[in-house]
Design a protein around this ligand. Sequence first.
Ligand code: SAM
Ligand code: SF4
Length: 333
Amino acid sequence: MASKLVDKYGRIAKKLRISVTDRCNMRCIYCMPTNNADWLDDSQVLSFNEIVRLASIFADLGIEKIRITGGEPLVRPSLENLINSISMIPGIKGIGLTTNGLLLADQVKQLSSAGLSSVNVSLDSFKEDRFKMMTGVKGVNKVISSIHNANDAGLDVKLNTVVIRGWNDDEIVDFALFARDNGFTVRFIEFMPLDGTGIWKHDLVFSKKEMIERINLNLGEIVKLHNIDNQPEPAMLYSFIDGKGILGFIPSITEPFCGNCDRARITSDGRLLTCLFENPGRDLKGIMRSGATDEVIERYIVDSMSNKPEGIIKMIKTKSLKPTLNLMHTIGG
Ligand code: SAM
Ligand code: SF4
C-alpha cells in the first residue's frame, strides 16, 4: 500500500518506533540523566490498548514495520501481549525489539511465539568493569547469553554498539571479531547529542571512517555491501572477505541518514516525534484522550508528518549541534 506519510522533502515513512516505557534497569551514561528519579506516572504512559490503536492507525497510513523500544521495553510486564496484538494488525510485516538484553533470555520464547521477528541487543563492552562503568550495572555475560538465545530461537539478531572515543573505541576490533566468528551483524553507532547528562561533545565522536580504518588495519579490508532490498537503512553495511558476519556503521554525526529517513516515533508519554531531534514533539496522546475519532487522529498524523523537519543534518550544516537533553530513554533511539 502506498504510504500517506510523505513530507515536504519527499521522504516516505514506512517504519514506526514505539517507546513503551521510560524506565530502565540500566543507567547508561550516554543516555540516562543522573538524576532520573522522575519516572513518568503510569497514567502518563500509553496503555497497550492505546498503543495498539495508534499502531493500527499508522498501519492504515502505510507503516509496515514496528520497533518496540524504551527505556528498557522488557521491564514493562506482559510485553508479549502487546507484540501479539500488533502482529495481528493488517499491513504490519515485521515487529522488532531494541533491548539492553538483561531480561531477554527469560522472555525470548514468549516474545518469539507472540510474533516478534527481530531483536537489536545493545552492548558496548565485553569487559565487565567497563560495562559496569558505562551502564551502571554488571551483566555482560547475561547479555551475551541473551544474544545467543535469541539467535537460537530463530530471531533475526543484531548488536548495537555506541562507540565513544577514549571509552570503548579500543574494543571495535573485538566486536568485529564477534560478528565474524558468530555470523552476527554488529552495528557501530556514532555517539549522538541526545544524552541525559549533557556530556556529549564533538571530540567524543569516533567516526565511521576511523572505525573502518581500525578494522581494516587489524582484520584486513572489509567490503561494502549493496542495499539488496532497496529499503532505506541507516546502517552502511560491510562484509568480511573471510568470515560470516556483517558490520554496519551508523554515522549519525559524520554522514547523517536524514535524506532517506523513513521513520516516525512515539515516545513513552505519547508524543509523536517526526524526527529523532524534534523536541518536545506533538501531543498525540492528548488528542487521543480527548476523545478524537480515528479519522481526526489520522489527519493529525498526516499533517504532522508532512511538516517533518529536515533533521540533524540541518544542525550540522548550521553548526548548531549541541547536547539537547532530549531524553533518549523516553524516545527509544
Ligand atoms: N534500552 C534499550 C537499549 O538500550 O537497547 C532500548 C532503548 S535505547 C535508548 C536504544 C538505543 O539507543 C540503544 O542501542 C542505545 O545504545 C542507543 N543510544 C542511547 N543513547 C545514545 C546516544 N546518546 N547516542 C547514540 N546512541 C544512543
Ligand atoms: Fe537504558 Fe537503553 Fe538508555 Fe541504556 S541505552 S540507559 S539500557 S534505555
